[in-house]
Write a protein that binds this ligand. Structure first.
Ligand code: UDP
Ligand code: MG
Length: 337
């Protein structure tokens, strides 16, 4: 299987990413937080889509991300009626990206469909995605033509963010995509070998490279319930996206320093000129302005450095990324985090 292997450079040299032997043709991985109202409909639509695409050779990995409603009970009920379902019950709420990572660590498929529980992304795209894989793609990502049921401000903020991110990072993170995608086991093995705690999965997959192609779709409104991404969480994800893939913001300090140095020099020349040829121009108001502008610039830069330092600190502890409380259904084998 040498041709299927990619090598990664590690601190100790070059190590091969070990290829895992798939246990079924397709795994569907679904992170779920307080999704009891959508799970039955999700199961119905996923089952129909998977059966049409690959027959019976699939599994659905539902990850319970420390839900506070009866998501786990509904999952347990589904496991009892459908042996293709596996419920991975995490020890607490870790957030979308980590819950997804747990499911990805656990699943066994040769191909892996990543999808949200709320049916905003249609599972019915599966045949189209499979066709693209058959044509040689390693990743087929859903790219949103439109998004329904999301407020204007949020939609615009996302648009601006993705464009900003694209300018800052050197890898090609496609615009208007979430985590909805079909990936091969080859890509997943590499992804699982990436050890970081702050996981911005769509970026990590882009980082891997290989052949990645889009499939365009219209994003629906949630089937039920509200988005769990508060603006605070979105901001966290946005920072993970930028800090995970770019150190450009750290250069802001140097740019700011050069800029304020030039302005300071100009002011000096102006003040000396004023001293000799006119009345001294500098009053307390202009001084206060300068102090405030410089002070706020320095604090912002310090904050940015702090974002990187904080992430470095958390990474340095090397804690497990997630802990699994129990696995219901499937082969009862918990993966090491
Ligand atoms: N989710 C999760 N843990 C969380 C928050 C969300 O597993 O702490 C799951 C959620 O159940 C859904 C997916 O992540 O399947 C995306 O969340 P949501 O639909 O709230 O985000 P949006 O689509 O609004 O960006
Ligand atoms: Mg959603």
């Amino acid at each position: 299987m040498a041709s299927r292997m990619l090598t990664t450079a590690t601190g100790s040299g070059i190590a091969a990413v070990t290829a895992t032997k798939p246990g079924c043709r397709l795994s569907v991985v679904v992170p779920c937080y307080n999704e009891s109202k959508v799970l039955l409909e999700l199961h119905r639509r996923l089952t129909a889509a998977c059966t049409a695409a690959v027959g019976a050779d699939y599994e659905i990995v539902l990850v319970n991300d420390g839900s506070r409603d009866d998501t786990l009970a509904v999952m347990t009920g589904l496991v009892a009626e459908d042996r293709r379902i596996v419920a991975v019950n995490l020890a607490r709420n870790y957030g979308h990206q980590i819950a997804l990572s747990a499911g990805l660590r656990y699943c066994r498929g040769a191909l892996i469909l990543i999808i949200d529980a709320d049916l905003q992304d249609p599972p019915e795209l599966l045949p189209q995605m499979l066709a693209l894989i058959d044509q040689g793609a390693e990743v087929v990502y859903g790219q949103r033509r439109t998004r329904k049921g999301e407020p204007w401000f949020r939609r615009t903020a996302m648009k601006v963010y993705y464009r900003l991110l694209k300018r800052m990072v050197e890898i090609d993170i496609p615009l208007d995509t979430g985590d909805f995608r079909l990936i091969t086991r080859r890509v997943l093995d590499i992804l699982n070998a990436m050890p970081e705690q702050h996981r911005f999965i769509r970026g990590m997959i882009s980082w891997i490279g290989l052949k990645q192609v889009p499939v365009l779709y219209d994003r629906d409104a949630r089937f039920a319930g509200d988005s769990h991404y508060t603006y605070r969480k979105l901001l966290g994800l946005a920072f993970d996206g930028i800090t995970g893939f770019s150190v450009v913001p750290l250069r802001l300090a140097s740019y700011f320093g050069i800029f304020s140095g030039i302005v300071g020099l100009a002011m000096l020349i102006y003040s000396i000129g004023g001293y000799f040829f006119a009345n001294a121009p500098v009053g307390w108001a202009s001084q206060t302005t300068i102090i405030l502008v410089l002070g706020s610039g320095q604090l912002i830069v310090l904050g940015i450095v702090g974002e990187y330092l904080g992430r470095l600190y958390i990474e340095s502890k090397r804690r497990p990324i997630f802990l699994i409380e129990s696995v219901i259904g499937g082969e009862d084998k918990a993966p090491s985090p």
